[in-house]
Design a protein around this ligand. Structure first.
Ligand code: C2E
Ligand code: MG
Ligand code: MG
Ligand code: MG
Length: 275
């Protein structure tokens, strides 16, 4: 009966809420104890075939299980934990990057994901400055990845913050490009360096003419606006060849390398002679 499904619905909802509540509590503890880890996914420049840097991606091993960031980052945002978690991510990524610079990789660019909430804080710029100072990393070795979502909160402030970051010398990338709801006009106002083509356009690019058209258009847009373009989620040789023929600047994805824990990443970088 309808009653039964109502009860079932409430039980399932209750389970979900309980699970999320547990996750939030555990996250609070994990932040205090710094139980997270950063993995690094190498990025490849197609013309030179050189490794140019990496994207830092957070990992959480909880009770013997990996919880994906797509699950816990939104929860951290809604539970008010994203500031402390974001601080840890930025600081740790810069620290690890500075370590690689001191090993001889002077032109490394370390990309760090910034949540829209984190980006929208009044003190975000001063936090970035402080992290660079504390870790000794130069601004040119840091790239911040933001989604189009950053402009939802306050357009004028977002433009101002991006301009200040640019002045500092930090690189700026638009993540998941092509999936947001904002208009393209922001590309004129935002002083950014790079477009990251969302992986949904790459997944079937070898079979889908529509994806090919979209990707070709984004690459041309980047060329006309003097922005670098990187494709995310490149899983195979055929995709890499298509992107190369289209003139895409850089790629990132399982085909070149999965995200790697720090030591494996350093080994990978040595193998590719960046250090
Ligand atoms: P994103 O920033 O777009 O990161 C790319 C995601 O694609 C990563 O998932 C990466 O592991 C995955 N990926 C890379 N290459 C391939 C591929 O060839 N095929 C497929 N199918 N996937 C690939 P991950 O690490 O699970 O992160 C998911 C999302 O969570 C990220 O999307 C980002 O939005 C967020 N995230 C991850 N780490 C952080 C972080 O440190 N801070 C913040 N604020 N968000 C983060
Ligand atoms: Mg990203
Ligand atoms: Mg992305
Ligand atoms: Mg994403």
């Amino acid at each position: 009966s309808g009653d039964k499904s109502h009860v079932l619905f409430n039980i399932q909802l209750g389970d979900k809420l309980y699970y999320e509540q547990q996750l939030i509590e555990d996250m609070r503890i994990a932040i205090e104890k710094a139980q997270f880890e950063l993995y690094f996914q190498p990025q490849l420049a197609l013309s030179s075939q050189k490794i140019i840097g990496a994207e830092a991606l957070i990992r959480w091993h909880r009770n013997g299980q990996w919880i994906t960031p797509s699950e816990f980052i939104p929860l951290a945002e809604s539970a008010g934990l994203i500031d402390s978690l974001g601080d840890w991510i930025l600081h740790t990524a810069c620290q690890k990057a500075q370590n690689l610079v001191s090993l001889g990789w002077s032109d490394l660019v370390m990309a760090v994901n910034i949540s829209p909430l984190q980006f929208g804080r009044k003190d975000f710029l001063s936090k970035v400055k402080k992290v660079l100072k504390d870790t000794g990393l130069e601004a040119k070795n840091l790239e911040l990845e933001v989604t189009e979502g950053v402009i939802i909160y306050n357009v004028q402030e977002a433009i101002e913050t991006l301009a200040q970051l640019k002045k500092l010398g930090v690189h700026l990338a638009i993540d998941d490009f092509g999936t947001g709801y904002s208009s393209l006009s922001y590309l004129r106002k935002f002083n950014i360096d790079k477009l990251k083509i969302d992986q949904s356009f790459i997944r079937d690019i070898q079979h889908q003419a529509a994806d090919q058209s979209i990707v070709r258009t984004i690459i041309e847009l980047g060329r006309n606006l003097d922005l670098k373009v990187i494709a995310e989620g490149v899983e195979g040789l055929e995709q890499q060849q298509i992107l190369t023929s289209m003139g895409c600047d850089e790629i990132q994805g399982f085909y070149f390398s999965h995200p790697l824990p720090e030591q494996k990443f350093i080994d990978f970088v040595r193998l590719h002679k960046a250090i």
